[in-house]
Design a protein around this ligand. Structure first.
Ligand code: 13P
Ligand code: SF4
Length: 311
């Protein structure tokens, strides 16, 4: 296994040799974000995956994101450095249970957060990301009944903001659930006037203290536009890397968990990807995302609706 600058040079060589594009989510380790061709939120990464003319997509994120890339670009080889990079929201929504839930509510459509399995996407009508959910919801007729899953906090936030009464699936993100309201209030007292930007996967008792609620790309834009020089960030702390790169004069503080530290909010799934595993994935074109065609086509219908309604 090459190390240090040799490892970076080998990844570079393989990227060219394979005609590969490296896509990374904002929650990836800084060294992965720094060598990616594109770093973005779930919606932007889906769009990039749909548009790319590369032969190989090396997806540095979690499995549902790499699966989305494969659904939208089936002719490409899509590799994920660590196939165990799952998501607690996906785990909270087993397809058989979701299918039963849908069958119990035949007059509802299923508006589903992209953080779910391909089988749940195939059972859904429209997919949303945190950056597109509000816009998509506003295009659904007022009298249409809606099931929203799997994130009850994002669903609850949307329901409060838009006044839409939706049936919520009871899933949560273990990372955003770990923020402590008491510790956030202590941090706010230590930094009077510093705004709080939070991801809508946070529970309502955290969102209640936020000056801005939005997706990872939305939080980055807020950090860029804000007046002050200090921001408290209530989402996975690796996003702070992009903020510090783009805004070196501002201070970004991760919102803490119950232990007073923001490291407990590192996504354990995202953290499975490493430069070494990325190198192996580009070298061996494994682990590779493979999906069954019938399920892919059904999932693509709900994703295509998202892409059309979000644009
Ligand atoms: P974004 O779409 O805001 O990047 O969110 C993805 C995610 O998994 C947040 O936990
Ligand atoms: Fe899933 Fe939460 Fe990790 Fe996002 S941060 S990938 S929602 S476990």
């Amino acid at each position: 296994m090459p190390t240090g600058t040799d490892l970076l040079a080998e990844i570079e060589r393989l990227r060219k040799e394979r005609n590969a594009v490296i896509l990374a989510h904002y929650y990836q380790k800084p060294e992965i974000q720094d060598l990616a061709d594109f770093v973005g939120d779930s919606l932007d990464l889906s769009k990039k995956a749909a548009e790319t003319d590369a032969d190989v997509i090396a997806f540095c994120g979690v499995r549902f994101m790499a699966e989305t890339a494969k659904i939208l670009s089936p002719e490409k080889v899509v590799v994920l450095p660590d196939m165990d990079a799952g998501c607690s929201l996906e785990d909270s929504c087993p397809p058989e249970q979701f299918a039963r839930f849908r069958a119990e509510h035949p007059d509802h459509i299923a508006l589903t957060y992209i953080n779910c399995s391909i089988q749940v996407k195939a059972l859904s009508d429209i997919i949303v990301t945190s950056s597109s959910a509000e816009k998509i919801l506003s295009q659904i007729p007022e009298d249409q009944k809606i099931i929203f899953g799997p994130d009850k906090h994002l669903g609850g936030y949307l329901a409060r903001k838009t006044g839409r009464d939706m049936l919520l699936w009871p899933g949560v993100c273990i990372v955003h659930e770990a923020f402590s309201e008491t510790e956030l209030l202590k941090l706010k007292a230590e930094h009077p006037g510093a705004p709080v930007a939070a991801h809508p996967e946070c529970p309502a008792y955290i969102l209640d203290h936020a000056d801005y609620v939005g997706s990872t790309s939305g939080i980055l834009a807020y950090a860029n536009d804000m007046q002050g020089d200090t921001l408290i960030v209530a989402t996975e702390p690796h996003i702070i890397h992009q903020m510090e790169k783009a805004m070196p004069d501002k201070t970004f503080i991760g919102s803490p968990g119950a232990d007073g530290n923001c490291n407990c909010n590192i996504c354990p799934y995202m953290a499975l990807n490493t430069l070494e595993k990325l190198y192996v994935a580009l070298r061996d074109l494994e682990p590779r995302i493979e999906i069954e065609e019938d399920t892919r086509l059904k999932a693509k219908t709900s994703l295509d609706r998202m892409l059309a309604m979000a644009s």
